[in-house]
Structure formats: structure tokens, C-alpha cells
Design a protein around this ligand. Structure first.
Ligand code: F6R
Length: 259
């Protein structure tokens, strides 16, 4: 795991955007994994800026979303599909149909989940997968206590996740959906480059468990320790409970770039 600790949000977003830009420049047909929530927003803003400056194009790229609420109205502003359209996809040049998300309104959710995994595999997996982390250690919506080898599946949201996400639903907990469909941990692990961003004190415990704790279903994100090419980009607060923070800073500053 390469762990980057950086106080400046613009620098953090720039580092993440660089990885995506490199992937798209290396292969214009690159497959990008998109996360929702607040953590990736500055990265999307940076990518939109670079697109508008003519520096990169997503015209031949594909994208897959991480997760979706179950049973949320098609037009609901917090439906993840609508969020990603508004925050990123509609502001760059993806081709129609190039961005897919799991279907939280399918009549057969399991069948839709299997089809979604097949579509990701058929595209060759994601080249870069943006991720956030829940305060309970989830990535996508893989909540604690699930299989570390899961594929895309329906999932129940923990009370903690619903409380955390109530801010997107006018702080009304009862409006937050109870279930979701989510890429599984093995789906995420099939990415060539998982790229996780976290900021704020509320994420510090989950980040310490993910980076330095045991690989355990109690912290689903800890499975990333077993991936050979993960980047974690943190602010000082999210990094505040890491035991080896000073070493991570040194390692990043003196890194050997891959050619
Ligand atoms: C969203 C997702 C979630 C979020 C996580 C952190 O697609 O997969 O795992 O990344 O809940 O959310 P924020 O970034 O809002 O703190």
C-alpha cells in the first residue's frame, strides 16, 4: 500500500487525477471505477478542469460505478446514478452507455448483480478504481462481517452508514435507504489500481484498521492490504491514528516511480 499524507486538498485531488489521467493517456479505452460520496468530488472537479483545458478526454473510456441504493426512485437526486451524472459524467465526454452502475431497482437483484460483474470482467476490469471508506471500514457498501471474497451483491446498510449518509437526505435518517447493491470485495480487488481517498477525523480509526490492522471482515477495507498496487491518499486528520505515518511520508517522498 502506498500511503500519501497531504494536507492540501488541491494537491490530494491532483495526485488522484494524475493516476486517472495517466491511465486514460496510456490507453484511451481505459476503464475507470467511479465512487460516489463526498471524498472523490475534488478529484472529479480536477478531472473536469483538465477535460475543459483539452488535456484529457474520456470519449473512448468506460466507467463502472461502485454501488447503488435499492428501491430509490429513478429521479431521486441522491440516487447514485444521478449523483455521478451531475458531479462528473455529464461534465465530461463519455460516450452514451459508456458509464454503467449496478441496478438497485431490478426485479431480480441477484441476477442484475451477476450481470454487472460479468460486464466488468468483459471490460477487462477497472484500470483505476476510485474508493472512499465508511467510518465503519466499508468500501463500496461492503459492510463489516461480510465475505472477503464477495462478488457484486445486495447488502443491508449498517445503522452507522445510514447515520453517516443522512446528511445527504436532509438529516432525516428514515429517508436513507436500508439496502443497496454493491460491487463485492473481490470485484474491487480485480481492479489494477484501487485508489482510496479519505479525509477528516471521523475516518481515522477506519484508516488505521484498514492500513495497519488485521485483514478481517470487521474492517472490509483491510482486504486492500493483500492487493499489490493500492494507493491511499489522506489528509492529516484521517492519517492521525497511523502508527507508521512518518515512514509513509518518507516512503512517498523517496518513491521509485514505475517506468
Ligand atoms: C460510495 C461508496 C462508499 C463511500 C463511503 C465514504 O459510492 O462506495 O463506500 O465511498 O461511504 O463516503 P464519503 O466519501 O461521503 O465519506
Amino acid at each position: 500500500m502506498q500511503i500519501v499524507i497531504e494536507a492540501d486538498i488541491a494537491v490530494r485531488a491532483g495526485i488522484a487525477a494524475d493516476f486517472i489521467e495517466q491511465a486514460v493517456k496510456r490507453n484511451p479505452q481505459a476503464v475507470i471505477g467511479l465512487a460516489t460520496g463526498s471524498s472523490p468530488i475534488p478529484v472529479y472537479q480536477e478531472l473536469i478542469k483538465r477535460y475543459r483545458a483539452g488535456r484529457l478526454s474520456f470519449a473512448s473510456a468506460k466507467a463502472f460505478m461502485l454501488d447503488e441504493y435499492v428501491g430509490i426512485e429513478q429521479a431521486h437526486p441522491q440516487r447514485y446514478r444521478n449523483v455521478i451524472e451531475k458531479e462528473f459524467v455529464s461534465q465530461v465526454d463519455f460516450a452514451p452507455e459508456a458509464v454503467q452502475g449496478p441496478d438497485g431497482n431490478a426485479t431480480d437483484l441477484w441476477k442484475a448483480c451477476r450481470a454487472y460483474d460479468s460486464a466488468i470482467a468483459a471490460a477487462g476490469g477497472t484500470d483505476v478504481q476510485l474508493l472512499g471508506i465508511g467510518s465503519d471500514g466499508h468500501i463500496a457498501f461492503n459492510e463489516p462481517g461480510g465475505s472477503l471474497a464477495s462478488k457484486t451483491h445486495p447488502e443491508a446498510l449498517t445503522q452507522q452508514t445510514r447515520i453517516d449518509n443522512a446528511r445527504f437526505f436532509d438529516d432525516q435518517l428514515e429517508l436513507v435507504p436500508t439496502h443497496c447493491v454493491t460491487q463485492g470485495l473481490s470485484t474491487i480487488m480485480s481492479s489494477k489500481h484501487p485508489l482510496l481517498l479519505a479525509s477528516g477525523k471521523k475516518k481515522a480509526k477506519a484508516i488505521a484498521a484498514m492500513c495497519e490492522g488485521a485483514v478481517s471482515s470487521l474492517c472490509p477495507a483491510s482486504i486492500l492490504q493483500t492487493h499489490p498496487n493500492v494507493t491511499v491518499i489522506l489528509d492529516e486528520e484521517a492519517a492521525s491514528e497511523l502508527q507508521l505515518a512518518e515512514f509513509y511520508r518518507y516512503r512517498w517522498q523517496t518513491r521509485v516511480e514505475e517506468k
